[in-house]
Design a protein around this ligand. Structure first.
Ligand code: FMN
Length: 216
């Protein structure tokens, strides 16, 4: 199969964390969500377990309750990051944007919580990679599928500081883990740009960590 690399590369390089350009006023149909989720579950999972589940939250009171939990768990972090950041820098803009999302989360048409069956033991990188690695690729595929249809999202994790409270609110059983919270909306415009990233050749090594793949 010949892919159109201009299209696929544009999708991969311009799928951004969208916050300020989420359209709060345009409805997101279930059919669009399900189409994107159907693509997302083509993602890999450890031992092909496919333990993913997807919680769609549309109810206004529940969305506001999740927004409140997000701010209770992450508000202090966001406020201190805003105090410390140079407003003109890329990081300053990210923090400003993250604060905007925190203040407006309840207005986003859909809050999607990806779930994975299982709980993490303490201090096991293997278990952490296996559990989260079996849901994060699907979350990213979901975001790519949204982007290709004119919608956007932002992978967030701040509400997980109040994971139990969110589980109680949504009736999520104890044997499941929430992997984050994805606000989902159509985007205002679709002209997103690649982000500034370092040259990967500078952080890629050949055979040993002492050996940069492209020495200076
Ligand atoms: C594991 C993870 C957790 C994140 N948590 C949050 C979050 O809680 N709130 C938020 O606004 N953005 C969150 N982000 C989004 C990042 O801030 C964002 O990806 C980063 O600033 C780079 O922007 P870009 O994705 O547009 O390149 C998270 C991203 C990742 C990968």
């Amino acid at each position: 199969m010949d892919f159109d690399l201009d299209q696929t590369d544009a999708l991969l390089s311009t799928t951004r964390a969208v916050r300020k350009r989420l359209d709060f006023d345009r409805e997101v149909p279930d059919d669009v969500l399900l189409e994107c989720l159907q693509l997302a579950v083509q993602a890999p999972t450890g031992s092909n377990q496919q333990g993913w589940r997807w919680m769609v939250v549309r109810d206004a009171d529940k969305k506001q309750a999740l927004a409140d939990l997000y701010n209770e768990a992450g508000g202090e972090y966001l406020a201190s990051a805003a105090r410390d950041a140079d407003q003109a820098s890329q990081q300053g803009r990210v923090i400003d944007s993250a604060n905007f999302l925190a203040q407006n989360l309840g207005k986003v048409p859909v809050l999607l919580i990806p779930l994975i069956i299982g709980r993490l033991p303490d201090n096991s990188a293997n278990a952490a990679a296996g559990l989260m690695g079996s849901i994060m690729p699907a979350m990213w595929s979901f975001q790519l599928a949204l982007r290709s249809r004119g919608l956007g999202s932002c992978l967030t994790t701040l509400h997980l500081g109040k994971e139990q409270e969110a589980a109680d609110l949504l009736g999520i059983p104890d044997h499941m883990t929430q992997a984050g919270l994805l606000p989902v909306a159509y985007t205002k415009g679709t002209d997103f740009q690649p982000a500034k990233r370092d040259d990967v050749a500078k952080i890629t090594y050949l055979d040993t960590y002492k050996n940069p793949i492209r020495p200076d």
